[in-house]
Design a protein around this ligand. Structure first.
Ligand code: SF4
Length: 390
């Protein structure tokens, strides 16, 4: 288990500051322009105001070289980061249910894997439980964004619970694929992490057809009934590169292995990994805000290290950052997992600014606009309540 470890020792020597860290790619990256935004833009604007010659106007654009030359210590802030559409929907589901039905609202498992989010919802009246048996008969229970097996719906029905399903639609998509391939009598190789809630939920759709493949090594020991009728699916929050490696190893043994109809690793997971890969080669330290049980957050630390960051840490809160991690560092990368509200990242920025990392350079590799509507059963009750109010 990854618990805020020093995953790679801090460097003895400071990083090169010209943006051309060995392995960083073409020299052109050094003059790449990036667009700061929001608070980041304000910080950079303040710096620009201090250094701009009279008559110069700040137009919101700076080069990396300019930023670095101002203080020598900088933060590269990744975007996309933080909340994805599925997490946003799940958190809103609990908030709206609390407003509509009143406290307490029971939530089976952590609604999303983030300590801060869970604590905040608890303070509003949510009660987090592990299983339906802990929910009083007739009460309201919300199923988490990670999805549940069909038997969990059955248990809820048998206890007369009002169940609201906050499973991310992109997880539901994988469930549908599993059901469809099982109905066609395929062997399904589900690439994922043993014991993860999403894997348990997906496997529950067709336990007699699904085998778990937990990483590339597992690929060597898999056996199937018919090598011509086998498909792989995956957990939504895996490392893109490791999954490709696992699939390549599976295909060596099973050349007829079919791929899912569309990517199972979700857009949010792959976008957050992509931007981290872009910035990691320039980072002495990569800080990922996220909880240790958040698969996509843990993957971001691993991806950063694989892509060239010299050290990587996972923290829930700014105060967990050890000053020793920053000793000798000139460039700190910062990102957050898909279940992390941005206020926690802003607190890390403030923490870093207090330690001299006042220049913030936001690197944007994608703009995400996807949103999901609230669960049908909740929307229906909200509509009925609105109609009753007149
Ligand atoms: S990480 Fe992906 S699958 Fe998980 S909740 Fe977010 S969008 Fe959905």
């Amino acid at each position: 288990m990854l618990t805020r470890p020093t995953l790679r020792p801090a460097p003895d020597t400071p990083a090169r500051l010209d943006g051309r860290h060995p392995g960083a790619g073409p020299a052109g990256r050094a003059s790449r322009q990036v667009r700061p935004s929001g608070r980041v833009r304000a910080v950079v604007a303040a710096v620009a105001a201090r250094v701009a010659p009279r008559g110069d106007t700040y137009d919101g654009w700076v080069t990396e070289a300019e930023v670095t030359s101002r203080t020598g210590k900088r933060v590269i802030l990744a975007k996309p980061r933080g909340y994805c559409a599925g997490v946003d929907r799940a958190v809103q589901t609990v908030e709206e249910a609390l407003k509509l039905y009143g406290a307490p609202i029971y939530v089976r498992k952590q609604i999303v894997h983030n300590k801060h989010v869970v604590q905040t919802l608890e303070a509003q009246g949510a009660i987090f439980v592990e299983e339906n048996e802990e929910v009083p008969e007739g009460a309201t229970v919300i199923f988490s964004a990670h999805g549940v097996a069909p038997e969990v719906y059955e248990q809820a029905r048998s206890r007369s619970l009002r169940a609201i399903d906050a499973t991310c639609p992109l997880v539901t998509k994988v469930h549908q694929e599993a059901k469809r391939f099982a109905a066609e009598d395929y062997d399904i190789l589900l690439i994922g992490h043993e014991g993860h809630e999403e894997v348990i939920g997906t496997s529950g759709e067709a336990p007699e057809h699904i085998q778990l493949v937990d990483g590339p090594e597992d690929a060597d020991t898999i056996t199937v009934r018919d090598p011509n009728k086998v498909v792989w699916l995956s957990q939504t929050t895996l490392s893109v590169d490791e999954t490709l490696e696992t699939v390549a190893r599976l295909k060596k043994r099973l050349p007829m292995l079919q791929s899912p109809p569309s990517d199972d690793i979700c857009y949010a997971t792959s976008n957050r990994q992509h931007v981290v890969k872009e910035i990691a080669p320039e980072c002495d330290v990569m800080i990922v805000v996220g909880s240790t049980n958040s698969s996509n957050s843990v993957r971001l630390v691993e991806v950063a290290l694989d892509a060239g960051a010299r050290a990587g840490y996972l923290v829930d809160f700014a105060h967990e950052i050890d000053d020793a991690w920053l000793a000798g560092a000139r460039t700190v990368g910062l990102t957050s997992g898909a279940s992390v509200p941005d206020e926690l990242v802003q607190e890390v920025l403030a923490h870093l600014a207090a330690r001299g990392f006042t220049d913030v350079d936001e690197v944007v590799t994608a703009n995400e606009r996807l949103t999901f509507s609230l669960p049908q059963e909740l929307k229906r009750d909200m509509k009925a309540a609105a109609a009753a109010r007149g």
